[in-house]
Design a protein around this ligand. Structure first.
Ligand code: C2E
Ligand code: MG
Ligand code: MG
Length: 400
């Protein structure tokens, strides 16, 4: 069944006419309160004008999400494409399935093509395959106690996985990002997004970071001894760098491991503790002066802002994965990535794209002038042994 939710009766009739080849059952709703009373199924398709009187598009989407609507949505709007794009993103966050966005005036052939492709596709019960919130909502319900986390840090249950970063132009290996995993004795492997919030809540971020820095530096030294020239990036929160003695502590660690500070890069994310910015600015600047590299992580989201770029001497900017994953499909994302690349280069920084999942995105980033890439297309994060094997194989390919 196809539902057309459109307040202009002439336009609604036109849409019905365009759709008749693909759908024999069509119902028009000229007002939204009537429409949201309908019981929709996953086989239904809804063409929704996001500018409706009484209830606007966002209110309709919210109402559909509350009813766990599984229908496929086609959003239509007379606004510019950015309004449509934002509404579609909101719908996805609400767990709805938007299959197309169309700006008015509508091209009848385009609508027909979209509807025709729907009939060819088998229907699916999955609300939204691309919805990133699905995994986290399932796992976030797990609760961890302070004792459990303290024990994990003390008993070395936290291990590091490493994800390669390569030069997009030459394919040369630049380094690896260290990503923490919790090997829980009963629950198998737990990902950082699912336990780091508890670490922060219990104020255990400092011992966790200390332990991770130590593991990563020792690992770098081990690879160096094996003849691999690989930099290691370590994630830290700005609220973590309030200890003014951190630069000295780090210097001691790298001396002991006999490695150069420039081999270690700290990927800094901001937390909402803006009040902590002054001590972190001091410490981060001194880390740079001691030769460590600094990267601003998840740039473009949350608290990773222009102000931080202005105040802290970063060597590198990492564009957030959310922009990279939509690079091919969203013109807005492309403009943002393009601007980040220009901004980084003008400020003398290297730019890293994380979350590259396919060849097309890799090639497009290269053509846009991005320096370094990281993502499943190059390699997923690997255990320490698998990373060593990967480095070995990669070196062989590069030498042949
Ligand atoms: P991040 O620093 O932005 O790290 C990148 C995340 O993106 C990693 O998730 C990585 O596995 C994932 N990723 C990389 N390439 C792709 C791709 O092509 N597709 C997709 N879908 N994902 C990709 P992970 O390991 O789950 O880490 C999540 C976040 O947890 C990290 O985001 C970082 O903010 C935090 N984190 C990880 N390890 C540590 C740590 O040792 N200390 C601290 N403070 N935070 C950490
Ligand atoms: Mg990172
Ligand atoms: Mg990120």
């Amino acid at each position: 069944m196809l539902y057309i939710v459109e307040d202009d009766p002439d336009f609604a009739a036109l849409l019905k006419e365009i759709s008749k080849e693909a759908f024999s059952d069509v119902e028009i709703f000229l007002n939204s309160p009537d429409f949201i009373k309908k019981q929709l199924t996953c086989n239904d398709v809804v063409i929704l004008d996001i500018k409706m009187p009484k209830m606007d598009g966002v209110e309709i989407l919210r109402a559909l999400a509350e009813k766990n609507c599984l229908s496929k949505l086609i959003l239509i709007s007379g606004f510019d494409s950015s309004v449509l794009h934002s509404t579609a993103m909101l719908a996805q966050q609400l767990g709805l399935q938007v299959i197309a966005q169309i700006t008015k005036p509508v091209d009848p052939d385009k609508v027909q093509a979209i509807l025709a492709s729907l009939i060819k596709q088998p229907s699916t019960n999955i609300t939204n395959i691309a919805n990133p919130s699905t995994k986290s909502t399932v796992v976030k319900s797990t609760h961890f106690s302070k004792e459990e986390i303290s024990k994990a840090i003390k008993d070395n249950q936290l291990v590091l996985y490493y994800q390669p970063q390569v030069d997009l132009k030459t394919n040369k290996l630049i380094g690896v990002e260290a990503l923490v995993r919790w090997i829980h004795p009963e629950k198998s492997m737990i990902f950082p997004d699912d336990f780091l919030p508890f670490v922060e809540k219990y104020n255990l971020l400092e011992p966790l970071t200390d332990s991770i820095i130590k593991i990563a530096i020792e690992q770098e030294s081990e690879w160096e001894k094996l003849g691999y020239n690989v930099n290691v990036s370590i994630n830290i929160c700005a609220s973590n760098v309030t200890s003014l003695s951190l630069p000295e502590k780090l210097e001691e660690l790298i001396k002991k491991a006999s490695i150069k500070p420039s081999k270690i890069c700290f990927e800094v994310t901001e937390s909402e503790l803006m009040g902590e910015l002054i001590p972190s600015m001091d410490t981060l600047t001194r880390m740079r002066l001691k030769g460590f590299h600094l990267s601003i992580d998840d740039f473009g989201t949350g608290y990773s802002s222009l102000l931080q770029l202005y105040r802290i001497p970063f060597n590198e900017l990492k564009i957030d994965r959310s922009f990279i994953s939509k690079l091919l499909s969203s013109s807005e994302s492309k403009v943002i990535v393009d601007t980040c690349i220009t901004l980084s280069h003008k400020l003398g920084m290297k730019v890293v794209a994380e979350g590259i999942e396919d060849k097309e995105t890799f090639k497009l980033l290269l053509s846009m002038g991005c320096d370094i890439g990281q993502g499943y297309y190059i390699s997923k994060p690997l255990s320490k042994l698998d990373t060593t094997y990967w480095l070995h194989e990669y070196k062989k390919v590069k030498q042949s």
